[in-house]
Ligand binder design. Structure first.
Ligand code: NAD
Ligand code: IPM
Ligand code: MN
Length: 339
């Protein structure tokens, strides 16, 4: 397995180190290439992501990313729009897969959470993220800024199909989350696509929620969800909420997947570089470690992925109220998977 590693910035570096410990314990001899993409390189030479970087990353089987972003030294958007999103777009990471599972003992803020086990299939290459917009009369009282949401039938249909397929191998329920009562153009396209693909998956029950109501149910009745399919921005927002109700943002993993298999898929925590806690050794590396489990499953190493997930489950169950020490969590998971 040829693995590209992008530790990135802030706690990205800290949690990636733990994730790699776990990977090394399970799969010795992975060929790794580290990339210094992120704030340090940008501040050194102004580069965010070059064509050479993309070509070189493409030579790997999979990519592991920590997180990028350093709001104290790099203006918002420079790395997000200059490095992370171009990477997801260049590698056609259309399925942004974000599972949420409440493990026993996890620190959920919900009093009666019920069983929470769903996946969000977030579209990853379109929507409001494409940079299709602009600003005029900047700094004047008549300033105007626009971002236009791009939704193509091709782009929507491929993630809708992926979500239906995932529902068939899970509990057979698909929920489209959108805002069809206001966003009639994009929403209409999404709803019609779901309606037209549905007959190919007769065993899947199809549901719909507006995004605002979906945030209610995520807190009051999260067990109603099995597979959620949604656009790029709604998916971004609802997966931070999903993380919060299932034990914290430090436990939520994701995969940026090119389902065609043409380009390497990229696995990363849902969270960012967390400048507020960076450098203190107290970031939870669980999300990064569970991202390794998703990565292992992606490359067909299901038994190893199961071991990582079981070790995380045991670790979460044994934590209680103890403070998180990043390296200790990694060490405990390594000890369990190596036992
Ligand atoms: P964030 O996810 O970094 O942090 C939000 C909150 O969650 C903070 O209070 C943080 O301390 C906490 N948190 C996050 N990860 C944690 C962990 N593993 N353990 C414990 N607590 C954790 O979001 P933000 O503050 O909005 O963004 C910070 C920077 O990260 C920004 O530059 C943003 O653009 C970037 N970002 C990058 C990615 C990515 O690279 N994939 C994702 C999200 C945000
Ligand atoms: C995420 C992040 C990114 C996103 C940002 C940093 C561009 O929030 O991976 O969830 O919005 O996709
Ligand atoms: Mn996000």
């Amino acid at each position: 397995m040829k693995l590209a590693v992008i530790p990135g910035d802030g706690i990205g570096v800290e949690v990636t180190a733990e994730a790699l410990k776990v990977l090394d314990a399970l799969v010795p001899g992975v060929e790794k290439t580290e990339y210094d993409l992120g704030a340090r390189r940008y501040l050194r030479n102004g580069e965010t992501l070059t064509d050479e970087d993309i070509a070189s990353l493409k030579e790997h089987d999979v990519i592991l990313l920590g997180a990028i972003g350093d709001p104290r030294s790099v203006p918002a958007g420079v790395l997000e729009r200059g490095m992370l999103l171009p990477l997801r777009f260049a590698l056609d990471h259309h399925v942004n897969l974000r599972p949420s599972k409440l493990y026993p003992g996890s620190a959920t803020p919900l009093k009666e959470p019920g069983e929470i086990d769903f996946v969000v299939v977030r579209e990853g290459t379109e929507g409001l993220y494409t940079g299709n917009g602009g600003a005029i009369r900047v700094g004047t009282p008549h300033e105007m800024g626009t971002e236009t949401s791009v939704n193509t039938r091709y782009g929507v249909e491929r993630v809708v199909r992926d979500a239906f397929a995932r529902a068939t191998s899970r509990r057979g329920k698909l929920t489209l989350v959108h805002k069809t009562n206001v966003l009639v153009n994009a929403g209409g396209l999404w709803q019609r696509t779901v309606d037209e693909v549905a007959p190919e998956f007769p065993e899947v029950e199809v549901d719909y929620c507006h995004i605002d109501a979906a945030t209610i149910y995520m807190v009051t009745d999260p067990s109603r969800f099995d597979v959620i399919v949604t656009d790029n921005l709604f998916g971004d927002i609802i997966t931070d909420l999903a993380a919060a109700v299932t034990g914290g943002i430090g436990t939520a993993a994701s995969g940026n997947i090119d389902a065609s298999g043409t380009n390497p898929s990229m696995f990363e925590p849902v969270h960012g570089s967390a400048p507020d806690i960076a450098g203190q050794g107290k970031a939870d590396p669980t999300a990064a470690i569970l991202s390794v489990a998703l990565l292992l499953r992606h490359v067909g190493k299901d038994a190893e992925a199961d071991r990582v997930e079981a070790a995380v489950e045991a670790d979460l169950a044994s934590r209680g109220d103890t403070e998180i020490v990043t390296a200790e969590v990694g060490d405990r998971i390594v000890a369990t998977v190596s036992a």
